[in-house]
Ligand binder design. Sequence first.
Ligand SMILES: [Zn+2]
Length: 341
Amino acid sequence: MPELPEVEHLRRSLEPALLGAKILRAAVLRDDMVHPGEPNSRGAEERPSRSPSMTAGLLRGDSIDRLERRGKQLAIIGRSGRVVCIHLGMSGQLRHVDGGRRIEPNSHIHVRWWLERSAGEKGRLIFRDPRRFGGVWTYPDRSALEAHRWSRLGPDALSVSRGELVSALGGTSRPVKAALLDQALIAGLGNIYVDEALFRSGVHPATPADALDPRQVAELQRSIRVILRRAIKAGGTTLRDYTDGSGRAGRFAVDHAVYGRAGRPCLQCGSVLIRSLIGQRTTVNCPSCQPPALAGTTGQNHGANPPVTHDPDEQSTNHVRRSAGRRVGRSSGSLPTPYRK
Ligand SMILES: [Zn+2]
């Protein structure tokens, strides 16, 4: 499923082709994938229909002013102020195809736009989504988007401040892994980058969110930012169908430290990475670099104190040394580090 880095990379890869382009025509090939996002009097979304107002909602006759992202959603904003919000769901793709190139016949294309740039170059933008968990929502202006679809999103994970993260996590005792996946608390993180950020900050994924101390939240905020930036730079992760705006696959998978690596050695300490289920999601963590917060609060510790390697040549970061130190401290009989002040 595309997460924040994939959508941000997509946004950046589409900008050169889309900014300033005029939308000559728009076509909806599958009605139930396009939603006029303005709530009706009962607060429910209107039923979509294949009408002229729908294609006007899709910015027909407008020019593209900017592309914005919040969490995993992308908004195309027209000069008129109208907004098209796109959610890629599990398998969605938004692609720009140059005028001369043929679009392969594909039953999964749901919306198609015909574009013209100022130099007269033609192009097309297509939204396809084989599994149809995504969709397109149209709004008369940005404030309607903010009041409706984006009102359910917390601060964006790429720009979340330490204070915002403190208040998001401080209000729930759910496992920090589950809290970080909750788009209403913080927008943009999915399973991959939550596992990676928790590993990088040395936090056990089952730690109650409100039991993290300020130092851990600060470390988590830094880790989230570093990991997301690195992933955006690498072009996102390729999982099944993700491609950028011109159809290129991402390549961040090679850099995952824990995601998808259960049963293999931790890249930092050599302990075997363990898999568990937290908030119904598969979770991978290192039992040594991410020790449980307090005995008894985190359920099972599958890791059962595996040996920590202290190879001086090993590339290791400060947080790992700190974590290893804590663990050694506990095994020598001292009290565990209190996580709640
Ligand atoms: Zn480790």
